[in-house]
Design a protein. Structure first.
Length: 117
């Protein structure tokens, strides 16, 4: 069973930055894509950013230019650096990893990010 453990959430002021980390219990090369999603109260979970194991990144329009997703292969960790945070970025952020064989999708427990003054 794969475990994904997020860390790095917290309270940050508008305009601030933070970096979320997601540590996987096995090599991230075993997944074909990893990503970050978020869910705000009363809203559906939405994609924030994804990255393939070869390093190709994709971002939701609402974070383009403000976020960077990256891989640390040596530590089996995926990061999400977010800058110029806005109150509407407040949500629980979830790490996700997808594998092809067998087709599976794994989720972390979530990390709360609150942007408020």
């Amino acid at each position: 069973q794969v475990q994904l453990v997020e860390s790095g959430g917290g309270l940050v002021q508008p305009g601030g930055s933070l970096r979320l980390s997601c540590a996987a219990s096995r090599s991230i090369f075993s997944f074909f894509v990893l990503g970050w999603y978020r869910q705000a109260p009363g809203k559906e979970r939405e994609l924030v950013a994804t990255i393939t194991k070869t390093g190709v990144a994709n971002y939701a329009d609402f974070v383009k230019g403000r976020a960077t997703i990256s891989l640390d292969n040596a530590n089996n960790t995926v990061y999400l650096q977010m800058n110029n945070l806005k109150p509407e970025d407040t949500a629980v952020y979830y790490c996700n990893a997808k594998q092809l064989m067998p087709p599976s999708s794994y989720w972390g427990q979530g990390a709360q990010v609150t942007v408020s003054s």
